[in-house]
Design a binder for this molecule. Structure first.
Ligand code: CU
Length: 173
Protein backbone atom coordinates (compact mmCIF):
# COMPACT_ATOMS: atom_id res chain seq x y z
CA UNK A 1 0.00 0.00 0.00
CA UNK A 2 2.88 2.37 0.83
CA UNK A 3 4.43 1.69 -2.55
CA UNK A 4 1.18 2.48 -4.31
CA UNK A 5 0.92 5.79 -2.48
CA UNK A 6 4.49 6.67 -3.49
CA UNK A 7 3.74 5.99 -7.14
CA UNK A 8 0.52 7.97 -7.03
CA UNK A 9 2.31 10.89 -5.36
CA UNK A 10 5.09 10.88 -7.97
CA UNK A 11 2.67 10.81 -10.88
CA UNK A 12 0.61 13.56 -9.26
CA UNK A 13 3.62 15.81 -8.70
CA UNK A 14 4.80 15.40 -12.30
CA UNK A 15 1.33 16.36 -13.40
CA UNK A 16 1.34 19.48 -11.22
CA UNK A 17 4.70 20.66 -12.56
CA UNK A 18 3.67 20.14 -16.18
CA UNK A 19 0.34 21.78 -15.68
CA UNK A 20 1.60 24.88 -13.90
CA UNK A 21 3.02 26.22 -17.16
CA UNK A 22 -0.19 25.71 -19.04
CA UNK A 23 -2.60 27.25 -16.60
CA UNK A 24 -3.05 30.62 -14.99
CA UNK A 25 -4.98 28.99 -12.21
CA UNK A 26 -3.45 28.54 -8.77
CA UNK A 27 -5.18 26.56 -6.04
CA UNK A 28 -4.21 27.53 -2.50
CA UNK A 29 -4.84 26.11 0.96
CA UNK A 30 -6.83 23.09 -0.17
CA UNK A 31 -8.25 21.17 2.77
CA UNK A 32 -10.96 18.81 3.88
CA UNK A 33 -12.16 17.73 7.27
CA UNK A 34 -11.47 14.22 8.52
CA UNK A 35 -14.64 12.16 8.54
CA UNK A 36 -16.17 10.85 11.71
CA UNK A 37 -17.64 7.46 12.36
CA UNK A 38 -20.08 6.29 9.76
CA UNK A 39 -20.27 9.55 7.86
CA UNK A 40 -20.29 8.86 4.15
CA UNK A 41 -19.89 12.35 2.73
CA UNK A 42 -17.07 14.87 2.79
CA UNK A 43 -16.28 18.33 1.47
CA UNK A 44 -13.16 20.12 0.27
CA UNK A 45 -12.33 23.82 0.41
CA UNK A 46 -9.64 26.02 -1.19
CA UNK A 47 -8.94 29.36 -2.80
CA UNK A 48 -8.80 29.62 -6.57
CA UNK A 49 -6.41 32.38 -7.62
CA UNK A 50 -6.69 33.34 -11.25
CA UNK A 51 -3.59 34.97 -12.78
CA UNK A 52 -5.15 35.13 -16.23
CA UNK A 53 -8.40 35.90 -18.01
CA UNK A 54 -11.90 35.08 -16.82
CA UNK A 55 -12.56 31.38 -16.48
CA UNK A 56 -15.07 29.05 -14.94
CA UNK A 57 -14.82 25.89 -12.82
CA UNK A 58 -17.25 23.50 -14.39
CA UNK A 59 -16.64 20.21 -12.60
CA UNK A 60 -14.66 18.35 -9.96
CA UNK A 61 -13.51 14.75 -10.14
CA UNK A 62 -12.03 12.31 -7.67
CA UNK A 63 -11.93 8.59 -7.14
CA UNK A 64 -12.43 8.74 -3.38
CA UNK A 65 -16.21 8.85 -3.61
CA UNK A 66 -19.01 7.62 -5.78
CA UNK A 67 -19.85 11.14 -6.88
CA UNK A 68 -17.86 14.37 -6.72
CA UNK A 69 -19.83 17.57 -7.24
CA UNK A 70 -19.48 21.33 -7.05
CA UNK A 71 -21.83 22.51 -4.33
CA UNK A 72 -23.04 25.74 -2.85
CA UNK A 73 -25.26 26.70 0.07
CA UNK A 74 -28.50 28.55 -0.22
CA UNK A 75 -30.99 29.82 2.34
CA UNK A 76 -34.45 28.44 1.79
CA UNK A 77 -37.23 29.14 4.29
CA UNK A 78 -34.60 30.02 6.87
CA UNK A 79 -32.89 26.67 6.45
CA UNK A 80 -29.40 26.39 5.06
CA UNK A 81 -29.33 23.84 2.31
CA UNK A 82 -26.68 22.79 -0.09
CA UNK A 83 -27.09 21.85 -3.68
CA UNK A 84 -25.14 21.22 -6.80
CA UNK A 85 -23.96 24.33 -8.65
CA UNK A 86 -25.55 24.63 -12.07
CA UNK A 87 -23.35 25.92 -14.86
CA UNK A 88 -20.14 26.09 -12.82
CA UNK A 89 -18.55 28.84 -10.75
CA UNK A 90 -17.16 31.95 -12.39
CA UNK A 91 -13.52 32.82 -11.66
CA UNK A 92 -13.02 36.46 -12.66
CA UNK A 93 -9.95 37.75 -14.47
CA UNK A 94 -7.13 38.21 -11.93
CA UNK A 95 -9.63 37.39 -9.22
CA UNK A 96 -9.88 34.93 -6.34
CA UNK A 97 -12.80 32.66 -5.52
CA UNK A 98 -13.05 31.16 -2.05
CA UNK A 99 -14.44 27.71 -1.58
CA UNK A 100 -15.18 27.63 2.14
CA UNK A 101 -17.54 26.23 4.75
CA UNK A 102 -20.98 27.72 4.28
CA UNK A 103 -20.29 28.56 0.63
CA UNK A 104 -18.91 26.85 -2.42
CA UNK A 105 -17.33 23.47 -1.82
CA UNK A 106 -16.39 20.28 -3.57
CA UNK A 107 -18.70 17.59 -2.26
CA UNK A 108 -17.72 13.96 -1.98
CA UNK A 109 -20.85 11.84 -1.94
CA UNK A 110 -20.48 8.26 -0.84
CA UNK A 111 -16.89 8.13 0.37
CA UNK A 112 -15.15 4.86 -0.40
CA UNK A 113 -13.14 5.16 2.81
CA UNK A 114 -13.08 7.44 5.82
CA UNK A 115 -10.98 10.59 5.44
CA UNK A 116 -8.14 10.35 7.93
CA UNK A 117 -6.34 13.32 9.43
CA UNK A 118 -2.96 13.80 7.75
CA UNK A 119 -4.05 12.08 4.56
CA UNK A 120 -3.67 13.77 1.19
CA UNK A 121 -6.30 13.48 -1.51
CA UNK A 122 -5.75 14.15 -5.18
CA UNK A 123 -8.66 15.56 -7.10
CA UNK A 124 -9.04 17.33 -10.42
CA UNK A 125 -10.87 20.57 -11.02
CA UNK A 126 -12.05 21.14 -14.54
CA UNK A 127 -12.00 24.68 -15.89
CA UNK A 128 -13.68 25.88 -19.04
CA UNK A 129 -10.48 27.45 -20.40
CA UNK A 130 -7.58 26.25 -18.23
CA UNK A 131 -8.71 22.65 -18.56
CA UNK A 132 -7.87 20.12 -15.89
CA UNK A 133 -6.10 21.41 -12.80
CA UNK A 134 -4.92 18.82 -10.27
CA UNK A 135 -5.38 19.71 -6.61
CA UNK A 136 -3.88 18.03 -3.57
CA UNK A 137 -6.04 18.33 -0.51
CA UNK A 138 -4.83 18.06 3.08
CA UNK A 139 -7.17 16.28 5.44
CA UNK A 140 -7.28 18.21 8.72
CA UNK A 141 -8.79 17.14 12.01
CA UNK A 142 -12.52 17.09 12.55
CA UNK A 143 -12.47 20.31 14.61
CA UNK A 144 -10.55 22.25 12.03
CA UNK A 145 -11.80 25.50 10.56
CA UNK A 146 -9.18 25.34 7.81
CA UNK A 147 -5.46 25.89 7.33
CA UNK A 148 -5.78 29.54 8.33
CA UNK A 149 -7.88 28.80 11.37
CA UNK A 150 -11.11 29.86 9.72
CA UNK A 151 -10.12 33.52 9.42
CA UNK A 152 -12.80 35.50 7.70
CA UNK A 153 -15.65 33.24 8.68
CA UNK A 154 -18.73 34.76 10.22
CA UNK A 155 -19.17 34.42 13.98
CA UNK A 156 -21.39 31.66 15.16
CA UNK A 157 -22.70 30.82 11.74
CA UNK A 158 -22.23 27.17 12.51
CA UNK A 159 -22.74 26.23 8.90
CA UNK A 160 -19.17 25.12 8.53
CA UNK A 161 -19.70 22.22 10.85
CA UNK A 162 -22.76 21.02 9.02
CA UNK A 163 -20.78 18.92 6.62
CA UNK A 164 -20.50 15.30 7.30
CA UNK A 165 -22.58 15.39 10.42
CA UNK A 166 -25.83 14.53 8.81
CA UNK A 167 -27.54 17.81 9.71
CA UNK A 168 -27.50 19.17 6.22
CA UNK A 169 -30.35 18.31 3.95
CA UNK A 170 -29.18 17.30 0.55
CA UNK A 171 -31.30 17.76 -2.49
CA UNK A 172 -31.12 14.62 -4.53
CA UNK A 173 -31.36 14.80 -8.28
CU1 CU B 1 -22.29 19.83 -0.33
Amino acid sequence: MKKLFAIVATVASLFVVTNAFAADIEIKDAWAKASKGMVRNGAAFFDIVNHGGADRVVAARSDISKRTELHTHIMENNVMKMREVQGGVEVPMHGTVHFKPGGYHVMFIGLNEALEEGQKIDIVLEFEKAGEVPVTIDVLNTMSMGPKGGAGMGHGSGHGSGHGEGKMKMKSN
